[in-house]
Design a protein around this ligand. Structure first.
Ligand SMILES: Cc1cc2nc3c(=O)[nH]c(=O)nc-3n(C[C@H](O)[C@H](O)[C@H](O)COP(=O)(O)OP(=O)(O)OC[C@H]3O[C@@H](n4cnc5c(N)ncnc54)[C@H](O)[C@@H]3O)c2cc1C
Length: 538
């Protein structure tokens, strides 16, 4: 038995689903193939098996600026009930002495919070927000929403405009250098580096000095999907189905089939072969795609080596503690400052700039670093994720994948570490006691890799930005514009530009490239970065 589609897409991560939606809207017959029982990858929401009615988000939760993403608008996902909230007090870093550093949707309030620590830093914040807003809106956002330019061409175009030259100048720094140069207060420096760390850019990495001012100036704030992160995946899948696309879950892909030198379909572990007239698109990582799923003789040796060398983030893996609660975590700090009761993301344990070095060093040694954790109580903003009057909450912490040299060590240590994390949390929110905590469970970087094997070594960003694995060279030179050295095979996952996290932009950009290769008239209007940069320089 064999069936033929126009395009077959491997995996149902959100990038694959966004791509599939665009191609299905073009009238192509599309199929996504997924090993898990449910589509969505990092967009998951699971019901607690011991506490029915409590829903937890085991992977992504904080979705930055999703409602402003071009695909969210183009696909009109609100029609499928997808809805986001963006809480006012977006991020609060709670210090041991009860002070807080706060990021509000309203920049005036954020500036006031910075001012409680340092007037100099409050002024610096405002200056960078004002200076970087046009750079974010006119360069960085359209750049993320376009297939990447060849690096020399990019530099040449950026040099033509004042904003472009400023971007190149600031980029030459590392986030660490940017923060120490522009901000003076220890707590603010620590908070800003954490902010940067959320995007998982190694603070020491040169070429990313723009990351912090870009985050500060970006209009995109942390949002959450009502009904849980899986509601976004459900909306995408419904839209795809309405346009004739198909999704098959719980399948094991044996190999990508090559016919006449082209990727022509896939073979499943059952022996079933499914063919694709226009091409196969992989939402998986380069090792899975080029080394596990393609026949050896279909991949030039050089390409196999490039795939083998693809590097993962040391600092990205997370340990998660999830709670089912009788009542919300009540932070002691709320007695002093009532607004904190409505804080969305709370950061605990971060006090000093120096902690970053300690975290990095612990990761390099394979040890659990001194605890810095962050999380949220989703049900404060969306009651549907727990039974009436009840709550869920979670805390994440950056930990090494290979604990003391072996990821399996997590199996013995995870429960004890979860208890230690809950103990720390209780110091800030004393009501997290035995009668309030109805159930708790933990997830380790090993669990991440086992659930989502494309996140090798628990790297939830599917590949570092170090080693030039960015833009045109992401995942590696020659495969950086969603096309690969194998004819008819494309990439669309987080290992491509602009990288990991829930952005949907890898899939969005891949859709534009594939539509162009198939000479299909696009029904949407993606930004053309070459034209934008050319116009801004003239
Ligand atoms: C604990 C955790 C917390 C996170 N928090 C956030 C957050 O708050 N905000 C944020 O923006 N991002 C967060 N992320 C990261 C985010 O989830 C990922 O960067 C994002 O999901 C990557 O998207 P993707 O489209 O590349 O594919 P993925 O979401 O990784 O999906 C890939 C899909 O491919 C499937 N697959 C893998 N191998 C095969 C195979 N051989 N055959 C078939 N299917 C296969 C997987 O099952 C999966 O469904 C988090 C991730 C984790 C693990």
């Amino acid at each position: 038995m064999s069936e033929t589609f126009d395009a077959i897409i491997l995996g149902t991560g959100h990038n694959a689903l966004v791509l599939q939606a665009y191609l299905s809207h073009c009238g192509l017959r599309t199929l996504t193939l997924e090993r898990a029982a449910c589509p969505g990858g990092g967009l998951a929401t699971i019901e607690n098996p011991s506490r029915p009615g409590f829903f937890h988000n085991p992977h992504s939760f904080f979705h930055r600026g999703i409602t402003a993403m071009p695909w969210y608008r183009d696909l009109e996902l609100a029609r499928y009930g997808v809805r986001y909230v963006e809480p006012e007090l977006n991020v609060a870093m709670i210090l041991a002495d009860g002070r807080t550093l706060e990021w509000w949707r309203d920049i005036e309030k954020t500036e006031a919070s910075f001012g409680e620590f340092s007037d100099h830093d409050a002024r610096s914040l405002r200056r960078w927000v004002d200076e970087f807003r046009p750079i974010v809106e006119q360069i960085l956002m359209p750049e993320a929403q376009s297939p990447p330019l060849e690096p020399d061409r990019r530099r040449e175009l950026l040099r033509r405009s004042k904003s472009g030259r400023r971007l190149l100048e600031i980029s030459a720094l590392s986030p660490l250098e940017f923060v120490t140069r522009e901000f003076e207060h220890d707590t603010i420096r620590a908070g800003l580096l954490f902010f940067n760390g959320l995007r998982e850019i190694d603070p020491r990495l040169e070429g990313f000095g723009h990351a912090i001012p870009a985050l500060l100036a970006s209009p995109a704030r942390a949002q959450m999907c009502v009904g849980g992160s899986a509601a976004l995946a459900r909306g995408l899948v419904e839209d795809i189905a309405d346009h004739g696309g198909q999704t098959r879950c719980s399948v094991e892909i044996r190999q990508i089939l090559i016919r006449d030198g082209r990727a022509a379909g896939v073979e499943l572990a059952t022996g079933e072969q499914i063919f694709a007239r226009a091409g196969v698109v992989s939402g998986l990582n380069p090792q899975q795609t080029f080394m596990q799923l393609l026949p050896v003789d279909a991949v030039p040796g050089r390409v196999r080596e490039q795939a083998a060398r693809f590097r993962y983030n040391l600092l990205a893996p997370l340990f998660a503690l999830h709670l089912a609660l009788d009542e919300v975590p009540r932070y002691s700090v709320v007695e002093r400052r009532s607004e904190l009761a409505d804080a969305f993301m709370t950061i605990l344990g971060l006090e000093r700039f120096q902690q970053f070095h300690e975290i990095v060093q612990a990761h390099e040694r394979g040890e659990i670093p001194p605890t810095v954790a962050w999380g949220a109580c989703p049900t404060l903003f969306d009651a549907s994720q727990a039974p009436p009057g009840k709550h869920t909450a979670f805390l994440w912490e950056k930990v090494p994948y290979s604990l003391r040299g072996d990821p399996l060590t997590w199996e013995n240590e995870k429960q004890g570490h979860g208890r230690a994390l809950l103990e720390l949390w209780r110091q800030y929110a004393p009501n997290l006691n035995d009668s309030n905590v109805l159930d708790c469970f933990v997830l380790t970087p090993l669990d991440t890799e086992q659930t989502l094997p494309n996140m090798a070594m628990g790297d939830l960003l599917v590949g570092s930005f170090a080693g030039n694995q960015i833009g045109y060279n992401r995942p590696f030179a020659g495969a950086g514009r969603y096309r690969t050295p194998v004819d008819g095979l494309y990439l669309c996952g987080a290992s491509t530009h602009p990288g990991g996290n829930i952005t949907g932009l890898c899939g969005y950009n891949a859709a534009a490239v594939i539509a162009s290769d198939l000479a299909i008239k696009r029904w949407w209007n993606p930004p053309i970065i070459e034209d934008i940069l050319t116009a801004s320089g003239s």
